[in-house]
Ligand binder design. Structure first.
Ligand code: SF4
Ligand code: SF4
Length: 717
């Protein structure tokens, strides 16, 4: 991983008397160390990637402290790691992106939650829900409910988030329940400060080893008949213990206001948005002092019945602000109140939307409906006027534009090695006909957008090959599964390749081998070339991935007999290889490996090298492509085949050509795709390759003079 977190790593060392300033996710990372965590693991994914990234780079300090860090191969292996806390008084934390990661981890989570834990176990999940999300929209809450896991949802305030982490471990130990801590994107990136405490070195650690394993205890196995007892323990002992702890330690916050007859129950993570919405109605100030009473649920599961009843009893009405569906919290509160004989009217999903992110505007519209029904005397013109102004602004923009803004889908980076592969696939389908394409998770899923528009389904990370198993037998033409190297190691090798080989399936698998799990922040994987190779590649400014054969050897070892490796940027060679894979007589699994290093990661390595070389006066050559505007025919087929953001349009300088001509913008990294496409698709010959030479030597100067002389000779005066 090339992104450096050395500043963040330094912050982790802070202790008593220091103040931490920074982002929520880093505060959580620091809180783990303050809690005496003994081991940390996880699988990266937005919005919690930084937690593991920072800890992996803090390796030296963590070794000193006695904290073991494991970059796990997927979320299932991370969840299984928490097994260390079943017998031993070890505090452990793992992290991943939810809901998808929790799905992958579900088996291990159930088996962990059944016997329960001795040492505190905390799972930090990025609740990737709402407008910035990149995954299916489901709630982690369902897992907490079904497996009896504590679910923490802290108010996005650094002091509070740190306290909830520390208390979360203690709560897990008091109840024997593993705890999940969900962080939405806004909580991960909220900035603030908190007073640090010293980090706590764990009592048992790689520095202080256990002499003996725990004695055999059948009750700690998730195995019948013990599982029947575990189920009873959950409701009879663990949940009551958790509820007691929540109340005794004041984990939820009750803000009593001047109008205690009207109340709002809010998930902790939504508190800041709620306060901002109340502000629009003049019912709160910027610091959260509100006119109506608020119960902030920093622990959303389990709920503490007496606390809920105590808050709601005697109120004229209560509003529940709960994001997403179904309305788990609202239903439970309604049941708790009914069982307690409390008749306070409860509103929630009747005034707020069932689905979608609860932005400030969405909450404000819900408040508008709630107040109008239950507390019209609190209504003033401010809230409705703010909402009306928001509508008017939106309408004004729409009318000024005339037509809706065109969608701007995300795209491959400039020079990405995956773009040429999809250009080749487009051309290959012109040869063999269109094929069913099982897509996958990763940067390559950008190919589902224009100008490629490829992919029939996405069934999960590394699942593409498995997801075509039911389709292949029904198709006259072979199907194609696409997978990145990240997906291959996460899941694809076992669920896809092993299964296809075992069943002797006739299918084509295209592996995009770029050397990293790029989509989650270019983390390293088992097939990432090592440091020595990176240094050698820097000198030559060349790609790295050809130097690591772990994927190829694994595939050979498991029994793949038809395998071709092609440079990602060689469009014509890739097209021919795909044609071959789709039409060969070989009936088993055919694997095409597209090799080309992630350009984002490569530029991170090459740019500092280039800057250093320039400073040292060394000769540096930068390749750049361009379009001869006189030759460009203006049909833009190159753009339709590439989609590179630096391949753009400009006004034609020729008054006889009305259509704009293609042009290459300054950001071109010289990946060569423009030339390759022109050749492979027989486009007009308007592209040229240029070399920008900095710190030129005497040979460069002489040859430049000779070339200019020739050009002048043949140019008209
Ligand atoms: S991060 Fe790497 S693999 Fe992903 S789009 Fe950018 S260059 Fe391509
Ligand atoms: S060569 Fe073409 S595709 Fe590659 S970065 Fe430059 S403009 Fe983009």
């Amino acid at each position: 991983m090339e992104v450096s977190f050395h500043r963040e790593v330094a912050m982790l060392r802070r202790g008593n008397g220091d103040t931490f300033h920074g982002e929520g996710i880093l505060a959580i990372t620091k809180a783990l160390l303050q809690s005496g965590v003994a081991y940390v693991g996880g699988y990266q994914g937005a919005p919690v990637s930084h937690l593991l990234d920072v800890l992996v780079q803090a390796e030296d300090y963590l070794r000193e402290l006695g904290v073991h860090v494991e970059a796990c191969s997927n979320e299932a292996s991370a969840a299984a790691m928490l097994g260390a806390s079943i017998h031993y008084p070890l505090r452990g934390a793992v992290t991943w992106k939810s809901i998808v990661g929790t799905n992958v981890a579900a088996d291990a989570l159930s088996n962990l939650a059944s016997p329960g834990v001795t040492g505190g176990a905390l799972i930090v999940v990025g609740e990737d829900y709402g407008e910035g999300a990149s995954v299916i929209q489901e709630r982690t809450y369902a897992f907490a409910l079904k497996s009896s896991l504590v679910l923490l949802d802290p108010r996005p305030d650094l002091e509070r988030m740190v306290r909830i982490v520390e208390e979360g471990f203690a709560l897990s130990e008091a109840s024997n329940m593993p705890a999940m801590l969900q962080l939405r994107i806004r909580a991960c990136h909220v900035r603030g400060s908190f007073a640090c405490r010293d980090n706590v070195a764990p009592a048992i650690s790689p520095q202080h080893l256990l002499d003996d394993p725990a004695p055999f205890d059948y009750a700690k196995l998730s195995h019948p008949p013990m599982t029947f007892r575990h189920e009873k323990l959950k409701s009879a002992e663990r949940l009551p213990a958790a509820r007691r702890f929540i109340v005794e330690h004041g984990l939820n916050e009750r803000f009593v206001a001047t109008r205690d007859d009207i109340g709002i129950v809010v998930q902790g993570g939504l508190y800041n948005s709620l306060v901002r919405a109340l502000q629009q109605f003049g019912l709160a100030d910027a610091y959260g002092a509100a006119t109506v009473s608020i119960l902030v649920l920093n622990v959303v599961y389990p709920l503490a019945p007496d606390e809920i009843r105590g808050f709601c009893a005697g109120k004229r009405a209560v509003l529940i602000v709960e994001e997403g569906q179904p309305e788990f919290i609202e239903q439970e509160i309604l049941a708790l109140l009914a069982r307690g004989g409390i008749t306070t009217p409860v509103h929630g999903k009747d005034v707020l939307p069932m689905a979608g992110e609860y932005s400030v505007e969405v909450i404000a519209r819900g408040l508008d409906g709630f107040l109008a029904q239950r507390a019209p005397e609190l209504m003033n013109d401010a809230g409705p006027a703010w909402l009306a102004a928001t509508d008017a602004r939106r309408a004004a923009v729409a009318s000024a534009l005339g037509t809706p803004l065109p969608a701007r889908p995300p795209n491959f980076c400039i020079g990405c090695p995956e773009r040429p592969v999809f250009a080749a696939l487009k051309l290959a389908q012109q040869d063999v006909g269109s094929v069913h394409i099982a897509a996958d998770i990763g940067c390559h899923s950008f190919a589902t957008f224009e100008p490629f528009g490829m992919g029939h389904s996405i069934l999960g990370y590394g699942m593409s090959l498995a997801s075509r198993a039911g389709v292949s037998p029904m198709m006259r033409r072979r199907t194609l599964a696409i997978m990145g190297d990240g997906g291959f190691w996460h899941n694809g090798l076992i669920t896809g390749v092993q299964s296809a080989l075992f069943n002797r399936d006739d299918a084509v698998l295209l592996i995009l081998k770029n050397g990293y799990t790029s989509a989650t922040g270019t983390q390293e994987i088992i097939s990432t070339p090592g440091e020595a190779l990176k240094e050698a590649a820097e000198e030559k400014q060349e790609s790295l991935v050809h130097r690591n054969q772990t994927i190829e050897k694994t595939l050979q070892g498991i029994g793949v007999r038809w395998m071709r490796t092609v440079d990602s940027y060689e469009v014509d060679a890739m097209r021919r290889t795909l044609d071959d894979a789709f039409t060969t007589d070989f009936a088993g699994l055919k694997v095409v490996i597209a090799e080309g290093e992630c350009q984002l990661e490569r530029q991170r390595r090459v740019k500092p090298w280039r800057a250093g070389a320039l400073k040292a006066g060394k000769r540096v050559v930068r390749v750049k492509y361009g379009v001869d505007e006189d030759t460009c025919s203006g049909d833009h087929s190159c753009i339709r085949l590439s989609g590179c953001p630096t391949l753009s349009l400009k006004e034609s300088p020729d008054p006889l050509k009305v259509d704009p001509v293609a042009t290459v913008l300054e950001g071109c990294v010289g990946c060569g795709l423009c030339g390759e496409n022109a050749h492979a698709a027989s486009l007009c010959p308007s592209f040229y390759r240029g070399e920008v030479i900095q710190n030129p030597g005497w040979r460069d100067r002489v040859s430049a003079r000779v070339r200019h002389a020739f050009i002048r000779l043949f140019q008209p005066a």
